[in-house]
Design a binder for this molecule. Structure first.
Ligand code: SF4
Ligand code: SF4
Length: 450
């Protein structure tokens, strides 16, 4: 197992090639295109995805999750977590190899740039050891300049998700002095991404990423992973042409190790450092083709499939996770379907009692707060849902609610004595925008004993 310390020397994995690599290149292009397009997609004028964790404003597929949406936020996070657990239990680290932005950018952008400028692993190693000639300065200068430009683009992309494209456009188009804080943020994230992709590299997956560390808990013997078929491959041994071969199919060529971006040997079994990048599958398949053995000595499979020759991946644990996930998704669907645009709290003013007015009506004094649970401005009005009573606001409050904003004030509820049958009466109120009802809620009205 690799040590959990951050190494200062980079690995030099060989350039991967083969059918799995080609599939990953095609898939990565889709992922990269999606990553750059999604911040610009809008639903009803609002960003489809916004991840403003700083101000707790999150937008997922047009559903705004603001600071008031504790339930929605909690359920979304919990469903996401259970989904990750379920997905990993069945499909292993498919996410890491195919869709994780760290792997996609590292393997499909930064390493490709590196191979294009410095050549394959052997040439890179020689260049690093070589004295600082003009050629080395030019190559390194070019590589790190391009790394910096791509890191800058990724930093902007991140801010597009956090702040939205409109805000990002303002930072880019307006004087730097007007957005010095956010501009510093872009510079800081550019530096972090540059450090990550130029220096930290695979150690982000093997040392830093908590998901990788969870594998030992999440995976079971039926999980599908990139795995070495030890039943077929062992005992391993060099190939000697023209002689009978008592060993297994592994010819100990170390090609699977040479291409591994995390520097491990897949033949040692499932390891926390394996990001399921498939490079060793291609390397081993190429070797099997060369020596005339069947492909698939290293392949996507499970421990049980190798040992018991079974292909079942659904275990009781998987059913359990799936049931929990279904419950969570149902609860999430219910919360989204019954969600209102505003959330109002209305309480009787502390220490206040009813007031008996000269015209035969009774007044109760309340304080209220209206929270906007959307990402757009709302101009609400509040009404009492009974023809007998009325609301009288203290002063003339402006109830206009900014996106995810709040408005508060005090209000009298006034009811004719004749409409009150007991000391405590439950009254219904509505919050409207124009004719559209945003929310209804109830409060208790106190009257004198009969
Ligand atoms: S062991 Fe194979 S799949 Fe895992 S990281 Fe290394 S090359 Fe990629
Ligand atoms: S590439 Fe295949 S044959 Fe070569 S060492 Fe790895 S598992 Fe064995």
């Amino acid at each position: 197992m690799m040590k959990a310390t951050i190494e200062t020397r980079p690995l030099y994995p060989q350039r991967p090639s083969g059918q799995w690599h080609n599939r990953r290149v095609a898939f990565s292009l889709i992922i990269i295109a999606l990553l750059f397009v999604v911040p610009f997609v809008r639903i009803g004028g609002q960003p489809m995805v916004l991840l403003n964790v700083i101000e707790r404003k999150i937008m997922l597929f047009g559903v705004f999750i603001g600071p008031q949406d504790y339930w929605l936020f909690g359920l979304t996070m919990l469903s996401f977590f259970v989904f990750i657990v379920l997905f990993t239990t069945v499909f292993g680290r498919l996410w890491c190899g195919w869709a994780c932005p760290q792997t996609v950018f590292m393997e499909m952008v930064f390493r490709k740039i590196e191979y294009a400028i410095e050549g394959d692993a052997g040439k890179q190693k020689l260049l690093d050891k070589a004295p600082w000639t003009t050629d080395k300065i030019l190559k390194k200068g070019l590589k790190y300049s391009i790394f910096l430009i791509v890191s800058f683009a990724i930093a902007n992309l991140l801010l597009a998700y956090v702040l939205g494209t409109n805000e990002l456009y303002k930072i880019i188009s307006e004087p730097v002095a007007d957005h010095i804080g956010l501009f510093s943020g872009i510079v800081a994230f550019t530096a972090i991404f540059y450090w990550n992709f130029a220096w930290l590299r695979e150690q982000a997956c093997t040392v830093v990423c908590p998901y990788g560390r969870l594998q030992s808990v999440l995976l079971d013997r039926n999980s599908i992973n990139v795995a070495y078929d030890h039943e077929r491959g062992e005992p391993r041994g060099k190939l000697h042409k023209g002689t009978d071969r008592p060993e297994g199919d592994c010819i100990n060529c170390f090609q699977c190790v040479a291409v591994c971006p995390t520097g491990i040997d897949i033949r040692n079994g499932t390891q926390m450092e394996c990001v399921n990048c498939t490079a060793c599958i291609d390397a081993c398949d190429a070797m099997m083709d060369k020596v005339g053995f069947d492909r698939g000595l290293v392949r996507y499979t499970s421990e049980n499939a190798i040992e018991k020759k079974t292909a079942g991946v659904i275990t009781p644990r998987t059913w359990g996770y799936a049931a929990v996930l279904l419950l969570l998704w149902s609860a999430l669907g219910f919360v989204v379907a019954t969600r209102t645009d505003t959330q109002t709290t209305l309480f009787r003013a502390p220490g206040s009692r009813y007031i008996e007015n000269a015209d035969g009506t009774i007044s109760n004094l309340y304080t209220f707060k209206i929270f906007n649970k959307t990402n757009r401005i709302i101009k609400p009005s509040m009404y009492l849902d009974t023809p007998h009573g009325k609301l009288l606001f203290a002063g003339s409050p402006d109830l206009t609610l900014e996106a995810a904003g709040m408005s508060e004030g005090t209000v009298f509820l006034i009811m004719p004595k004749s409409a009150l049958k007991s000391r405590k009466t439950v009254l219904k109120l509505s919050v409207l925008q124009g004719n559209r009802q945003l929310e209804t809620f109830e409060t208790t009205f106190i009257a004198p004993e009969e």
